[in-house]
Design a protein around this ligand. Structure first.
Ligand SMILES: Cc1ncc(COP(=O)(O)O)c(C=O)c1O
Length: 369
C-alpha cells in the first residue's frame, strides 16, 4: 500500500519553489541509460588525471571511528601559509558549494537582492532563492564574454550579494585586470562581492589573482576556491572561502554544520597541498588538450567560448538535450545547457586524450547529421 502524501504539511515556500540544480549525469546512470560500459564522463569538470599519489597515502592512516576536526585547523593553517592570509579569515566547506550556501545564510534576509551572471553556476541563484532573496541575472555578452558595463550598472543598484564566477562557469573566460578593477571600483559598501574562483588554477599567468586584487581593496568580499577541479578531489568534497575579515568568516562558520568537512576530505586536501607539482603538471596537460580540442571544434565551424578552465562551452546549433542524448548513445556524458537563450549550448569537460577523441568523433557525426 502506498502512503498518502502529506500535502497539508507547510513547507518553507522559498525552498519548496526552488528550481532543480542541473547536475551532470553520473557514470552509473549513464551506463543504465546508454547500455554501454565504456563511459567518457565529460559533464562535471572533474580531473581525468585523478589526484596526487600523496592523497592515497594520507587516506590510509585514517581512523574512521574518530570525529573530524570541526575547525579544520591544520588545513586552514596550510591554506593560510599558502595564501598569506590569517587563518581566522578562512572557512572550509563540504565543497565550495557549501560555502555558497553558508554565505547566503549568513548575509541574506528575505526580500534582499542578489545579482549574478547568466549563464551562470546554478547554486549562485538557488542558494540565494532558498534564503528568500530576489535574484537579478546579468547576461554574458553575445560574444560570450563578461558584460562589464552591465555588471557595473547592476552593482550600482547595491545588491546584498553579487556572485561572480571568474573564470565563468559555464562559459569559460576570466576577467582581465582592467575589468576586475572596474568591477571592484563599482561595489557599494552595502554589497558583499563573492568572487567564485573554482577554476583559478587553470587561468593564464597574465590574468589577475582575484584574492590579491580584493585583498588590496577596502571591500567586503568572499573568494571561493576548491579542491574539486585542479586537485582532483571532487568526490571527497572540500572547498574553502577566504573572507575580507574575521567577522564575516565567523558568521559563515556559524551558518554551516559543525563537522562539515569529514576526516578523509581534510587529510586529502592537506596531502594535495604538499604536492602542488602534481596539480601544476595536470593543469598544463589539460590546458594543452583544451587548445587541441578547441581548434578541432573551430574547424567544424561551431562557435566556442574562449576558456580559462578545464571545459569548453560549445554552441552545437540544435537543442542541447537532443545533443546530449546523441553523445550518451556513444557512451559520452556532456552537460546540456538549459538557461534561457543558451539552450543550444553544451559544456564539455576536458578529459583524457582518448575520451576527448571520442567526443570529437561524436561531435563530427552530430554536425553531419
Ligand atoms: C563556479 C563553481 N563554483 C562552485 C562549484 C562547487 O564546487 P565544489 O562544491 O565541488 O567545490 C563549482 C562546481 O562545479 C563551480 O563550477
Amino acid at each position: 500500500m502506498t502512503k498518502p502524501l502529506h500535502t497539508e504539511l507547510p513547507l518553507n515556500p522559498h525552498v519548496a519553489a526552488l528550481p532543480p540544480y542541473n547536475a551532470g549525469m553520473n557514470i552509473a546512470a549513464a551506463r543504465l541509460r546508454s547500455g554501454r560500459e565504456d563511459i567518457a564522463a565529460l559533464a562535471s569538470n572533474e580531473n581525468p588525471d585523478g589526484c596526487s599519489p600523496t592523497v592515497a597515502a594520507a587516506l590510509a592512516g585514517l581512523n574512521p571511528a574518530r570525529y573530524c576536526d570541526p575547525a579544520c585547523t591544520a588545513l586552514r593553517a596550510a591554506l593560510g601559509d599558502k595564501l598569506g592570509v590569517a587563518t581566522d579569515r578562512i572557512v572550509v566547506g563540504n565543497g565550495s558549494e557549501e560555502m555558497i550556501a553558508a554565505v547566503c545564510r549568513a548575509v541574506l534576509r528575505p526580500g534582499a537582492t542578489v545579482a549574478t551572471l547568466c549563464p551562470g553556476f546554478g547554486l549562485h541563484e538557488i542558494e540565494a532563492l532558498a534564503n528568500g532573496a530576489l535574484v537579478e541575472k546579468i547576461a554574458m555578452r553575445a560574444d560570450l564574454d563578461f558584460d562589464v558595463p552591465a555588471i557595473v550598472e547592476a552593482l550600482g543598484r547595491a545588491p546584498a550579494i553579487f556572485f561572480l564566477s571568474s573564470p565563468s562557469n559555464p562559459v569559460g573566460p576570466a576577467l582581465d585586470r582592467e575589468s576586475l578593477d572596474r568591477i571592484v571600483a563599482s561595489v557599494r559598501p552595502e554589497t558583499l562581492l563573492v568572487l567564485d574562483e573554482a577554476y583559478f588554477e587553470f587561468t593564464d599567468d597574465d590574468l589577475p589573482d582575484g584574492l590579491a586584487v580584493l585583498s588590496a581593496s577596502a571591500l567586503s568580499f568572499v573568494v571561493l576556491r576548491t579542491f574539486s577541479k585542479a586537485y582532483g578531489l571532487a568526490g571527497l568534497r572540500v572547498g574553502y572561502a577566504v573572507t575580507s575579515d574575521a567577522r564575516l568568516a565567523l558568521a559563515m562558520t556559524g551558518a554551516k554544520t559543525p563537522f562539515n568537512v569529514n576526516a578523509a576530505a581534510q587529510a586529502a586536501a592537506l596531502a594535495a597541498l604538499t604536492d602542488e607539482a602534481w596539480m601544476h603538471a595536470s593543469v598544463s596537460r589539460l590546458k594543452a588538450e583544451r587548445t587541441r580540442i578547441a581548434k578541432a571544434i573551430a574547424a567544424m565551424g561551431l562557435p566556442t567560448a574562449r576558456s580559462q578552465t578545464n571545459f569548453l562551452f560549445i554552441d552545437v546549433g540544435r537543442d542541447s538535450q537532443a545533443a546530449m542524448d546523441h553523445f550518451l548513445s556513444q557512451g559520452i556524458i556532456v552537460k546540456p545547457w538549459k538557461e534561457k537563450g543558451f539552450e543550444t549550448f553544451i559544456r564539455m569537460t576536458i578529459g583524457t586524450q582518448a575520451d576527448n577523441d571520442r567526443f570529437l568523433a561524436a561531435l563530427k557525426a552530430l554536425v553531419a547529421a
